[in-house]
Write a protein that binds this ligand. Structure first.
Ligand code: PLP
Length: 438
């Protein structure tokens, strides 16, 4: 959050930060879905333009040399918390800052950073936190590129990892943390929930309790970061359950139209500061045009995700009872009384719109189903306005060893589906006719 540099006795900078839209009416706190239309932007500063312009500039003019110096104190971390004014487009920009302010509202985060992709967000987070000899503790499985980053890339620099299965109990997580601590300094605890592609949920509260019991005694308390791409920001708010940092691929539900690639990290100011410094150094910030597209996307985020969630519930109810279907792996169908159902009840407010469909048969049946879909497109990715279907064993997880695939339930009869915002009856008709052709 940028402030006017009044503490230094400098005249206020005429920046958009001086005229934030209020987040309340009287005593009433406004909802994020309402605030997405105007929060963080003052039309007066842009010729009265209702919408924020796209600021295509590489650098920003300082009002005085003292202002420039002051802003650079924020950029370099001499003053933590970020620059108090706009400096240079590798560090900050109006579109990116408005986007960060609006994103932070959904998760109730103190601070936020946007990145050029989900993976550049995750890579910048780790580069900021690790040093040689460190251990990363993480839940498993993780998004394939995240596993590659931790195992193969950070591994080259002397960083190791230890993992626990997504559904692990507090005692199991504590045992892994204690073993990791015996190996080296634990740099971070990294989670993904629900995990891709199993949809297994991580008990964030148990991870927090375990971290506080096992890893919080020294002067370095490893932050808990969680990839919330599949359910966030609408259906899961990890900061409320003890996480310090939330990670997004904004490419998915937040961007939501399958027309951009971007990422974000949100959290406490203390946890965000070192990540901002790393982003300033290496330039993994998103560009103004992409930031602007995501501002547009955020105006309909709740509408899109709600509709997609409702559609998915209808589609899954039909699929579950279909004679050609073996099983549907959907968060709305967790077995009552199970540990996963308990985590879901404490952490989630909806089942999302991405799920696994196991057909009776094998690859031939799965391919016939996919090739016969007329409306639903055959593509990887998720969270867009259009419904997509893919075959993990033959596509996203092709390079995963057979034994590991078996363990993760990535069988040849598995089809991964992301439901969009089409009319539900049309989706049902498409799935019915594709199943009839299997
Ligand atoms: C897509 C995805 C990522 C990577 O994001 P990009 O925007 O493609 O870099 C990370 N985590 C999860 C869970 C994802 O689905």
């Amino acid at each position: 959050m940028t402030k006017t540099p009044d503490e230094a006795g400098l005249p206020g900078v005429p920046g958009r930060r001086m005229a934030h839209q209020s987040t309340t009416i009287g005593n009433r706190a406004l909802h994020p879905s309402t605030l997405m239309m105007g929060y963080g932007y003052d039309p007066v500063l842009s010729e009265g333009s209702l919408k924020a312009p796209i600021f295509l500039t590489s650098t920003f003019v300082f009002e005085s040399a003292a202002h420039g110096k002051r802003f650079f104190e924020g950029i370099t971390g001499v003053r933590p918390g970020g620059a108090e004014g706009l400096v240079y487009s590798r560090f900050n920009g109006p579109d990116q800052e408005i986007l960060e302010d609006r994103l932070a509202l959904w998760d109730g985060a103190e601070d936020a950073l946007v990145f050029s992709s989900g993976m550049s967000a995750i890579a910048t987070l780790f580069l900021a936190l690790v040093q040689p000899g460190d251990v990363i503790v993480h839940s498993a499985p993780l998004y394939a590129a995240t596993e590659t980053l931790i195992g193969r890339i950070l591994g080259k620099f002397g960083v190791t990892w230890m993992d626990f299965p997504a559904g692990a109990s507090r005692a199991e997580i504590e045992a892994v943390m204690a073993a990791a601590k015996a190996k080296g300094r634990v740099a971070a605890v990294y989670l993904e929930s629900p995990a891709n592609p199993t949809n297994a949920l991580v008990d964030i509260e148990a991870v927090r309790a375990a971290r506080d019991a096992v890893l919080a005694s020294g002067d370095h308390v490893p932050p808990i970061a969680i990839d919330n791409t599949f359910l966030g920001p609408l259906w899961q708010r990890p900061l409320d359950h003890g996480a310090d940092l939330v990670v997004y691929s904004l490419t998915k539900y937040v961007g939501g139209h399958s027309d951009l690639v971007a990422g974000a990290v949100l959290g406490t100011k203390a946890a965000i500061n070192p990540i901002r410094s790393m982003r300033n150094t290496i330039g993994t910030i998103t560009d103004p045009h992409t930031a602007w597209l995501i501002l547009r996307s955020l105006e309909t985020l709740e509408l899109r995700m709600s509709r997609a969630g409702e559609n998915a519930a209808k589609v899954c109810a039909m699929l579950r009872d279909h004679p050609k279907v073996e099983r549907v792996g959907y968060l709305g169908f967790l077995e009552a009384g199970s540990r996963q159902a308990d985590i879901y009840a404490r952490h989630c407010s909806g089942g999302g719109s991405t799920f696994s469909l196991y057909l009776k048969g094998g690859e031939a049946e799965a391919f016939r189903f996919l090739d016969n879909l007329k409306l639903v497109k055959l593509a990887v990715s998720l969270g867009g306005t259009e419904s997509l279907a893919s075959h993990p064993a033959g596509m996203t997880h092709l390079s995963v060893p057979a034994a590991r695939k078996q363990e993760l339930g990535i069988t040849d009869n598995l089809v991964r589906i992301s439901i969009g915002v089409e009319h539900p009856d049309d989706l049902l008709a498409d799935f019915e006719q594709a199943l009839a052709a299997v």
